[in-house]
Design a protein around this ligand. Structure first.
Ligand SMILES: Cc1cc2nc3c(=O)[nH]c(=O)nc-3n(C[C@H](O)[C@H](O)[C@H](O)COP(=O)(O)OP(=O)(O)OC[C@H]3O[C@@H](n4cnc5c(N)ncnc54)[C@H](O)[C@@H]3O)c2cc1C
Ligand code: FES
Length: 1204
């Protein structure tokens, strides 16, 4: 939180900011409060910290400080916020674990319109009484009556030293760094003189553009001028014609002023303000809006700026100043002269911006479509203005300005001129759309792609504008009408690494220039590896590239320097000569070139040919499911500490797989390498094998220089190097009867494995073993091909191929229901397995609770009644459609590699009775350590407070299986239980001789009698193992089941969608910890929403990942979770096959988010029916706005297609 005394508003302001973008020089005269400053576990937690923890809103905890500070800052500004304020405050925060619901529920207790009384309300109205039938309601998972009250009087005061500054005369300040000089003038004259002296200097207010350019685009600006404290640059003036903002006014302050004006002025005067506010609402998150300036947005001259189309369509006036004086220009089609260029001269400064009032008879709207509604940059954005001749609906002037359709913000000049003096009616609409379709053209290779979608959006936006104006005109003339129909690594380590990421075949590396960078220590490459440079599950890849670089992201070498900044600079100075080879990037290219990583797996059952012959219908199709980036909030990181003796080394790593991290590259036996994991900031499978690459590089560097080395990858590096979920292509042929019963299935799965095998065969095995999802298919023939391509090796990701396998099953299931003309839920139900059925891999289903989950979900979601309401809604609305879908899942539990189904534990009991527990699993936010403490507590019969887990390490429990496949609680839990039983057995005689004694008494006696108080435990899952050749054996110990029903609403014009409601019923056996299990279900579900509806990885034809960071790659944010989200755990379903009758929960729920995808498809069907198209259609995953919009065929899509 940044706090400063604002001399212009004469008050102390508190706001949130992004630490990575906020320039340290801009902290002059400013107080910073971090999460450590508001409370801690040693003294007292602040209510904002306590409530997120107690409401289970923190899993891996990596996002928690940011979220706490967003909440804290809101509370400092508004101690009694509304729920909407809380939601707005989190627009710039992300969490990858929790699914957001528990965070919002915990903080709801601060809200005046959502606050929880802790069950103390008199009579009705307590949230804890609502929806009692939902087995697990969020509010029952914590007791808000025990929360500390918020006491705003107890907050730290603003530093008096900074307050006293306000009366002193301010002087120009200058900070000089190694390469950059930062000058902060205090008067406009000083600024203008400096700009004349340094015409190439950048003016930095928020640094949200310049910071990105310097950090990510390798730009260097030697002189920076900071005008944030100059009065004229921050002034706000209400004039006769509009409101004039100083160019350094932050977007948040602009928002505040405009909101006030809208509330106070007649609405006809504020049409433009309202449109600007709508754009600002979806402009980044508050952390950006709080610091970014209006002038910065204009002068960046980005073609996808959100404000420039509003300023251009409204003809806003810009005042420029230089040593020669002032001049005022209009923001029109001449203002931007090229990509990121304007008519402003280098020596000029943008002083102020006047946004005009609208006139009577003038209407204005702005629209934006992005990948994600919250905190995302636009795909297409626009500002639209129409002025009518006085008292008529005849158009006097139209201005349509678009962003995202050219290298600059543009005006649709031709369309606007042609429309003059027409009536605002259907003819105008049609003519304008025809003209826009011609004028807003894009070449097929236009930067940014999505050509058809972007062109359609220009028409869709105009249509929305047309309707809005029509409605306003009618209201004006006739009163209201309805248009619904249309409508901590410590500081002691010395060195940091930066990696080189280059392409293709290289012949030489020259690091000589890097040596002149300050702080340079050395360069390491394949030559420095003392042991083996070969790595990978199949030993088919190298850590450091040797001659051939097989993907963008394959490491050639690493620079070690004294700081991260220096190592980055030095890495950029390394020269590599290389020759580009023709890469294989896509699955299609791999199929063409038959580039597969053998073996090709098959599962066959029954007689497929006969099955097709007996079927009433046969349907063929194809579906593509894109990959997914793990986006754990903590990227890969390693600290390597050489011990100086016999090759010993200690590695502190963020890994799910300690055993594989005992790197062989050092050429020393495993007994010299200790790997330690305290906890991870998320893993999701991404740290199961791929962390070995970075760890090896760091270990080799530490070995070479004999000193500790650490590295934490930047997000873009992490996304490039570490691979993600496998993209899949499924080709299917399905035979079925008229009633929808499936008879026969032939299916081929192709996955994009990347440049090495890694875990791709395991992933493919699981996809094939889940190709039935939950349906009984008598005849199956399936094949699985792992494609070898030149992408970073794809790897494990929550679900491990299961979601892809099941997704394709649901694709043919939804198509065949359509073909039969039957309700999809009926067709799904008649195909569901029954107790005792054999799967396609011949495993008998025992304890099959799926049908119970199905019935409970149908009833708790009120499926049939809501379906009728949706049908009614769709009849009433042409451009908004709703859809609903119910989807089951059956997920096999066990590693499909049998020997991995083993675990170990170590229990030490100390003489004071305290217990130190260690087991083979790692903690990454999934609550494993909590569950293991619970198991030990129950086994030993002592309170959990006596048990402690410090870390996971290879010198306590050796040969650990990765924490993966959802089985970690099952197998480590049994190992812990077994170790505890050994101790209990030894204590038995002592307990018998002193039955009334306490735990401490027994332990003391045991010690005095020389009885060992330390024991190991071991467990392996019995009888698992499956043979693909013979289709025999048991791949899974048991199955977890669940069902979800989701409802969505799509905007057919823009492709946007809202998740209206989701109901989940999940069988997790007898839950070990309901709060953790519900957290896992919600987190997995929301991660699945990302997979199936939002997260899209885009590559260049050379295999260079474009979507390399949060700016381009969108994971779900707070606003993307279902507005209503009910999760219940199936009652009375103990599982005899796992510890204390529980079931695995980490991965199984993820696939249930397919219900959202197929609900979207259902809604699109309704839109297509309105255009007379009813046949099954292909919808690939993720269902992005582009795919949704293009699938909703209508007049506008046809217009664009015809003109193409
Ligand atoms: C996470 C994130 C999300 C974003 N989301 C959006 C979004 O949704 N929509 C959108 O449109 N943009 C978005 N942006 C872009 C950016 O935030 C805006 O363009 C912002 O308004 C820039 O303001 P600033 O003060 O931070 O600019 P700075 O980085 O400080 O400066 C930007 C440029 O403007 C020049 N400049 C600044 N003031 C003046 C002046 N008075 N006279 C002359 N030149 C000047 C500087 O020299 C520099 O070239 C986003 C950026 C980030 C990092
Ligand atoms: S708890 Fe939010 S990212 Fe892990």
């Amino acid at each position: 939180m940044i706090s400063k005394y604002d001399p212009f508003q004469k008050k102390i302001l508190h706001h949130t900011a992004n630490a990575c973008l906020f320039p340290i020089c801009a902290l002059h005269h400013v107080a910073v409060t971090t999460v450590e400053g508001i409370g801690n576990t040693k003294s007292r937690l602040h209510p904002a910290q306590e409530r997120i923890a107690k409401s289970h809103g923190s899993q891996c905890g990596f996002c928690t400080p940011g979220i706490v500070m967003s909440m804290y800052t809101l509370l400092r500004n508004k101690p009694k916020p509304k729920m909407e304020d809380i939601e707005d405050a989190f627009q710039g925060n992300l969490c990858r674990c929790t699914g957001y619901r528990p965070i919002l529920e915990g903080y709801r207790t601060f809200a005046v319109n959502g606050g929880c009384c802790g069950g103390k309300a008199n009579g009705s109205g307590c949230c804890m009484n609502e929806k009692e039938s939902m087995t697990m309601m969020p509010s029952s998972l914590f007791d808000s009556s025990k929360f500390q009250p918020l006491d705003p009087t107890q907050e730290p005061i603003f530093p008096p030293e900074l307050m006293t500054q306000r009366n002193k005369e301010q002087k120009q300040v200058c900070f000089k760094g190694e390469r950059v000089m930062w000058i902060q003038p205090t008067t406009l004259q000083e600024l203008v003189a400096l700009k004349s002296q340094y015409p190439n200097a950048k003016l930095v207010v928020g640094n949200t553009e310049v910071g990105i350019e310097m950090r990510l685009k390798n730009m260097l600006y030697p002189v920076i001028l900071a005008p944030a404290w100059i009065p004229e640059m921050n002034a706000v003036q209400h004039t006769e014609t509009g409101v004039t903002f100083g160019a350094a006014c932050t977007l948040s302050s602009v928002e505040e002023v405009l909101r006030k004006a809208v509330a106070e002025l007649p609405s006809y005067k504020t049409e433009i303000f309202q449109a600007a506010l709508e754009q600002l609402r979806w402009f980044a998150g508050p952390q950006i809006r709080n610091v970014a300036a209006l002038g910065g947005n204009i002068m960046t001259a980005s073609p996808i700026s959100d404000l420039n189309p509003v300023l251009m369509a409204s003809g806003s006036k810009l005042t420029l100043i230089s040593m020669e004086g002032k001049r005022t220009v209009t923001m029109d089609e001449k203002f931007f002269t090229g990509y990121r260029k304007t008519i402003v001269k280098p020596e000029e400064v943008l002083l102020s911006v006047e946004i005009p009032y609208s006139k009577e008879g003038e209407y204005f709207s702005a629209f934006k479509q992005a990948y994600r509604r919250e905190d995302d940059i636009a795909i297409v954005t626009c500002g639209m203005r129409v002025l009518f001749q006085h008292g008529t609906s005849r158009v006097q002037e139209v201005k349509l300005s678009y962003g995202g359709m050219a290298p600059t913000t543009i005006l649709a000049l031709k369309t606007c001129q042609e429309n003059l003096s027409w009536d605002w009616n259907e003819k105008l609409l049609q003519d304008a759309c025809r003209l826009l379709a011609g004028e807003m053209d894009l070449s097929p290779s236009a930067p940014g792609g999505m050509v058809e979608f972007r062109r359609t959006l220009t028409l869709s936006f105009f249509f929305k504008f047309y309707l809005t104006v029509l409605q306003k005109l009618s209201k004006h003339q006739n009163g209201p009408v309805s248009v619904a129909r249309e409508g901590s690594w410590g500081k002691s380590e010395l060195y940091i690494i930066t990696l080189l990421l280059l392409l293709s075949f290289y012949s030489s590396v020259d690091a000589s220039e890097a040596q002149s960078v300050p702080g340079f220590v050395c360069f390491v490459s394949a030559k420095d590896v003392p042991g083996s440079n070969i790595t990978g599950i199949a030993n088919d890849e190298t850590v450091f590239a040797e001659d051939v670089v097989t993907c963008v992201g394959h490491i050639i070498g690493a620079v070690i320097a004294d700081t991260q900044e220096h190592s980055r600079r030095a890495a950029k100075a390394v020269k590599i000569k290389y020759e580009e080879l023709k890469p294989i990037v896509t699955i299609q290219e791999a199929i063409e070139k038959q580039s597969f990583i053998k073996p090709i797996k098959r599962i066959k059952k029954g007689d497929v040919k006969k099955g097709f012959e007996e079927s009433d219908h046969v349907l063929e199709g194809e579906m593509y499911i894109g990959g997914q980036e793990h986006f754990y909030l903590e990227t890969h990181c390693t600290l390597a500490v050489p011990k100086g003796e016999d090759g010993e080394m200690e590695l502190f790593v963020s890994t799910q797989n300690l055993m594989k991290t005992q790197v062989g590259s050092l050429g020393v036996p495993s007994n010299r390498i200790v790997v330690r994991v305290k906890r991870m900031g998320g893993g999701f499978g991404g740290k199961e094998t791929r962390n070995t690459i970075l760890t090896t590089v760091v270990a080799v560097a530490a070995f070479k220089i004999g000193r500790p080395v650490r590295c934490m990858l930047d997000r873009d590096e992490d996304m490039l190097i570490s691979g993600g979920r496998h993209p899949f292509l499924g080709r299917y042929k399905v035979g079925f009867m008229k009633n929808g019963k499936v008879k026969s299935l032939e299916v081929s799965y192709y996955s994009n494995g990347g440049n090495s095998a890694d875990l791709s065969h395991g992933v493919m095995d699981r996809a094939l073993l889940h190709l039935d999802n939950s349906y009984n298919i008598p005849n199956v023939s399936s094949m699985g091909f792992v494609c070898k391509t030149n992408l970073s090796s794809n790897t494990a990701f929550r679900g491990f191929g299961g979601p892809q396998g099941m997704m394709i099953a649901e694709c043919w299931m939804s198509d065949l229901a359509r073909k039969c003309g039957l309700p999809p839920e009926e067709v799904r139900k008649i195909n569901l397995y029954h107790e005792g059925d054999l799967t396609h891999f011949n495993q008998k289903l025992e304890g099959f609770t799926l049908r119970r989950c199905w019935d409970e979900c149908l009833s708790s979601s009120n499926y049939h009644a809501r379906k009728k309401l949706i049908e009614e809604f769709n009849k009433q609305n042409r451009w908004k459609k709703r859809g609903m879908c119910i989807i089951p899942t059956k997920f096999g539990i066990s590693f499909t590699v049998p020997f991995l189904n083993q675990a170990g534990a170590l229990v030490h009991v100390y003489t004071d009775g305290s217990v130190l527990l260690t087991h083979g699993g790692t903690e990454m936010g999934q609550g494993l350590h909590t569950k293991m403490i619970q198991v030990a507590s129950r086994s030993l019969g002592i309170p959990t407070s006596k048990i402690y887990i410090s870390e996971t390490s290879t010198n306590t429990v050796p040969n650990t299986s990765p924490t993966a496949a959802s089985v970690s609680a099952d197998i480590n839990g049994m190992a812990v239980h077994n170790a505890c039983q050994t101790i209990l057995k030894r204590l038995e005689p002592i307990k018998q001789s002193n039955p009334k004694g306490s735990w401490e008494d027994w332990i003391k006696t045991a010690y005095e009698n020389c009885i060992s108080l330390s024991a190991t435990g071991f467990y392996r899952i019995p009888d698992v193992g499956y043979n693909f050749e013979t289709n025999e054996g048991k791949p899974f110990h048991y199955f977890s089941y669940g069902v979800a029903c989701s409802e969505v609403e799509i905007d057919c014009l823009t492709g946007d969608h809202k998740n209206v409601r989701t109901d989940v019923v999940m069988d997790v056996g007898t839950s070990l910890n309901p709060a953790i299990d519900i957290g896992q279900i919600e987190g997995a579900f929301v991660q699945g929403i990302g997979l199936f509806t939002m997260e899209e990885l885009r590559y260049s034809p050379e295999g260079n990942l474009y979507t390399r960071g949060p700016g381009m790659y969108k994971i779900p944010a707070f606003g993307d979770i279902p507005t209503e989200f009910y999760v219940s755990l199936l009652r009375d379903c103990p599982n005899s096959k796992a510890i204390y009758s529980s079931k695995a929960v980490g991965e199984p729920p993820l696939f249930l988010s397919a219900s959202v995808f197929y609900a979207i498809k259902d809604a699109i069907y309704s839109a297509r029916e309105d255009s007379g198209v009813t046949e099954p259609f292909r919808l690939d995953s993720p269902a992005t706005p582009e795919r949704i919009r293009n699938a909703c065929v209508d007049t506008f899509t046809k217009m664009v297609t015809v003109l193409s």
